[in-house]
Write a protein that binds this ligand. Structure first.
Ligand code: PHE
Length: 460
């Protein structure tokens, strides 16, 4: 067997894990679900979930990976007990489903790079770039499938080249540049008329506007955005050297991810609240918010926007790539570690079968009637919306729930303590973490899930 690959340093791990966490969840999904859930209260619950549930589970997942140096199924078996391999298996399945719809949105970034190049050279027309144009694009089935094929191809290519070679190198360059452009956008957004209204919308909580399903969505999104609940962080942790600190790494990933999500949201709402027509456009197609709002900002306000716009969508594409890579890596590492398949072969087979699923989800934006209209979850029509809702709101929180129970209650304390404590970790960290992983996180996740199940008969 080949020796197991490793990150080149602690920074390498942080960048790769942050590359997994920072993606379309931050830039595409969080802003639009914040809009759909009326802002303030939703954002507050989301931030609480990140802190009370996300952070402890992030530490637990990295720890299980680093300790066992195995991918999720083997890692859970070894760290917690044979039956817990099922939790890892459930994660592999969630990863497969998630990647099956995520690649579609990732594919839109490729098209937007091309669009922006066109706008930068030929001129930008708001009316033409609005919601209807977006809807027209996603209803074009051939285009959707072609775009996901390109994106899946890129993902397979990186994963087949292995972790430290492909993944880490990509994240090292991309994250800092993406962050820089977001800052430029952020400072420009502050000058817009709608900025005040935007900040109010995001930060002034109004609990009468948040229902049970909104709370579940906030919880689910905290898992989605941090790449938790399906073993991605277990897998990345398994490539971590034992000398690296779990606590520090987890803290950095959580902070980076949250800051980027908040920046993206503030930027987008400042644009939306500054241009009345845009609000309507976005209202008709919330899923397209990232693609409908920002061209406005780039082409009408930001200095050098013509240069920054294509660069920005390129970076969003790469941020999505460092996430799809971590998703595929979970599935691929299962076949490498547990089934003895070679990395190249596993990448091709897993990527190919996930692409099969993305063809179906890509045709569910209106191109094929039957795929686009069926409804299992209330107001989530079509395969894409159904998978997104199922994975983010149900599968990841459930996976995370069993992980907290397994790690908190069934791993010996001496083992978890030894894993978390190193020379740099203050003494209070371990007992606080243990309290959260045993009580706070599972109770919070369990209570929200139960409240939703018991509260509404049609499961949403
Ligand atoms: N965290 C990624 C994002 O926010 C999505 C993801 C989820 C990646 C789960 C890996 C695992 O875009």
């Amino acid at each position: 067997m080949q020796p197991r690959d490793q990150w080149t340093s602690n920074l390498g791990f942080v960048l790769a894990a942050a590359g997994s966490a920072v993606g379309l969840g931050n830039l595409w999904k969080f802003p639009y679900i914040t809009y759909a859930n009326d802002g303030g209260a939703f954002v507050l619950v989301y931030l609480l979930c990140i802190l009370l549930v996300g952070m402890p589970i992030m530490m637990a997942e990295i720890m299980v990976g680093r300790k066992t140096q195995k991918s999720p199924v083997g890692a859970m078996k070894e760290a917690v007990g044979d039956a817990w391999g099922l939790v890892g298996g459930f994660g592999v399945l969630s990863g497969f489903l998630l990647l099956g719809f995520y690649t579609n949105v990732a594919g839109w970034t490729i098209l937007y790079v091309v669009e922006c190049l066109d706008w930068s050279t030929g001129g930008f027309d708001s009316a033409q770039a609005g919601g209807d144009a977006f809807v027209g694009m996603i209803q074009n089935g051939g285009l959707q499938v072609g775009l996901s094929a390109l994106f899946m191809g890129a993902t397979v290519w990186v994963v087949s080249n292995g972790v430290s070679g492909g993944i880490e190198r990509a994240a090292r360059i991309l994250l800092p540049v993406l962050f820089g452009i977001l800052l430029v956008l952020f400072f420009n957004s502050l000058r817009m008329d709608g900025a005040g209204e935007a900040w109010g919308f995001i930060f002034r909580p109004n609990f009468s506007e948040l229902g049970r399903d909104g709370v579940l969505e906030a919880l689910g999104h905290s898992f989605f955005t941090l790449s938790l609940g399906m073993g991605a962080m277990v897998t990345y942790g398994s490539y971590m050297a034992r000398r690296d600190s779990v606590v520090k790494a987890a803290g950095w990933v959580v902070i980076l991810d949250t800051v980027i999500a908040m920046l993206a949201t503030i930027i987008m709402f400042s644009v939306i609240f500054s241009q009345p027509g845009l609000r309507e456009s976005v209202g008709r197609s919330t899923a397209g918010m990232l693609f409908i709002t920002l061209p406005e900002l780039f082409y009408t306000i930001v200095p050098m926007g013509k240069v920054l716009a294509p660069l920005f969508y390129t970076l969003v594409g790469f941020a999505a790539l460092t996430s799809t890579v971590s998703l595929l890596e979970v599935v691929v590492s299962y076949f490498i570690d547990e089934r003895g398949v070679s990395r190249k072969k596993a990448s091709l087979i897993c990527g190919g079968s996930t692409f099969g699923l993305s063809i179906l989800t890509g045709l569910s934006f209106g191109a094929v009637g039957g795929l686009s209209s069926f409804e299992i979850f209330h107001e989530e029509a079509g395969l894409f919306a159904t998978l997104d809702h199922f994975v983010a709101n149900w599968a990841l929180p459930l996976g995370g729930f069993f992980l907290t129970v397994g790690v908190g209650w069934f791993m010996p304390k001496a083992v978890t303590r030894a894993e978390l404590e190193d020379s740099g970790t203050p003494g209070f960290v371990y007992p606080v973490w243990l309290f959260f992983i045993r009580f706070v996180s599972p109770v919070a996740v369990g209570a929200i899930i139960l409240a939703v199940i018991l509260g509404e008969a049609d499961f949403n």
